[in-house]
Design a protein around this ligand. Structure first.
Ligand SMILES: Cc1cc2nc3c(=O)[nH]c(=O)nc-3n(C[C@H](O)[C@H](O)[C@H](O)COP(=O)(O)OP(=O)(O)OC[C@H]3O[C@@H](n4cnc5c(N)ncnc54)[C@H](O)[C@@H]3O)c2cc1C
Length: 398
């Protein structure tokens, strides 16, 4: 199935082909050139891997291992750091889950109050009159991708020049980005707004945009020179990560894949040989969020591809269908890769309840990569970064 350019398909084969194609450029070339947004027709200076990495159609550990087979650790350092930013954001949110639920409540309130406002509509349809912003707004909706620097500029202009609520901008991104990820997206928007790190706000400037876009834009409108001052309440206290008990040995085991980690069938099988594998696609949660069709299609396709040929019978979108499957294959233990805070936050309690009703032991597991790195995501990235070499030393195990 072909997809929106530049993403040919959600399948693992497409992800592996994109990784192989990018590998020669993942060293010094990436470190030196990645900040340039050369436009949709030239993305050779970045990897474009995020839609697959987001779903773990390509895992962080295999991506980093592949890069280290072609480049020494120093040359690949910048790329590895970027891959680990995702882990950092996920670990950070996992230890402050209320930040996600508060943000979703704020989005709902703001949508009721302002989503129909002319200024919000003009921004989301690329009709602000700010040439670069309008081009990126259209690119986001048409391709499901924006370069990292463009995401920073768009978020900055949205918040500081157009003075729109950051939550509505974050929601707009989350609904359209193929790699839309609750942690990376919400916390990056908060960072641009000056809410993540005290005293740090990101302000887009005309000269920076012109320089890093190869002067593709005029930027004739004045951009904000001072940031909007948002009230920064202290982040919720760190909530320790859950420790998951081992499954009781001997029960008939089923693995349930989620779209948060489609690689999990492989690594969960090391816990207990499964009698059956199925997937659950949270179609209802995506619909509630108002997720764009291209995102939903990409993710469903990624799950089908991860499940293989039997996918049609084993990919469920309702808790009732999942219940039927668990009864039919007589599951006693259900193994699931712990979903990060986000769309699964509300769904997981329903699956737990179902397991309780069917007398099935629900057993959550965290991959070693997350288990090692997430506990270090308590402060800033630079403190977290010190733990990365420990993960690099264990790549051979995963
Ligand atoms: C306001 C804003 C919103 C964002 N929203 C998302 C989002 O919803 N989902 C998402 O995956 N990324 C998000 N990012 C991070 C980043 O922009 C994208 O991951 C990156 O642009 C993806 O393109 P790429 O694969 O070509 O990246 P590359 O530059 O090739 O980076 C390689 C990989 O590293 C990871 N990565 C790189 N930069 C970051 C970062 N800053 N944070 C987390 N991971 C990173 C991605 O997995 C990416 O595939 C956001 C950044 C900003 C500023």
């Amino acid at each position: 199935m072909s997809y929106l350019p530049p993403f040919p398909s959600a399948h693992r084969e497409a992800a592996l082909a994109a990784l192989a194609e990018f590998l020669p450029r993942a060293g010094r070339d990436y470190a030196e050139q990645r900040n340039h947004d050369l436009g949709p027709s030239d993305r050779t200076n970045v990897s474009l891997l995020s839609p697959w990495i987001r779903l773990r159609q390509l895992t962080e550990w295999e991506t980093v291992a592949a890069v280290l087979r072609e480049h020494d650790a120093k040359s690949a350092g910048k790329f590895i750091d970027e891959v680990c930013w995702r882990t950092y954001w996920k670990g950070w949110l996992q230890q402050r889950p209320s930040m996600w639920t508060d943000y979703r409540a704020d989005v709902a309130r703001l949508q009721a109050e302002q989503a129909g406002s002319e200024a919000v509509q003009a921004a989301m349809t690329g009709a602000t009159g700010i040439d670069c912003f309008d081009a990126w707004a259209r690119e986001l909706v048409e391709t499901g991708y924006l370069h990292n620097h463009a995401r920073m500029w768009v978020a900055s202009i949205w918040i500081h020049t157009l003075a729109l609520p950051w939550e509505l901008g974050a929601d707009w991104f989350l609904r359209h980005l193929l790699d839309g990820d609750p942690a990376s997206n919400t916390l990056s928007w908060r960072w641009v707004a000056g809410l993540h790190t005290a005293g740090k706000t990101y302000l887009a400037t005309r000269s920076n945009i012109r320089r890093y876009t190869g002067e593709r834009f005029e930027v004739t409108v004045d951009l904000a020179k001072t940031p909007v001052e948002l009230e920064r309440s202290p982040p919720p206290p760190v909530q320790p990560l859950q420790e998951w008990p081992a499954a009781s040995a001997g029960g008939r085991t089923g693995i349930l894949l989620t779209d948060e980690d489609v690689s999990a069938a492989a690594w969960l099988a090391a816990e207990a040989a499964p009698a059956a594998v199925a997937g659950f696609f949270p179609a209802e949660a995506y619909e509630e969020l108002g997720t764009a069709n291209h995102v939903v299609r990409f993710r469903r396709e990624a799950m089908r591809s991860a499940l293989g040929k039997s996918a049609d019978s084993g990919l469920f979108e309702s808790v009732d269908r999942l219940a039927d499957w668990m009864k039919t294959v007589r599951i006693e233990v259900l193994l699931v890769a712990e979903p990060p805070v986000g769309l699964w936050t509300e769904l997981m309690p329903r699956i737990r309840e179902l397991c309780g009703q069917l007398d099935v032991q629900l057993c959550l597991k965290r991959h070693g990569w997350d288990d090692l790195l997430w506990p270090h995501a308590t402060h800033g990235f630079f403190r977290f970064k010190k733990a990365i070499p420990r993960a690099m030393a264990r790549l051979g195990e995963w």
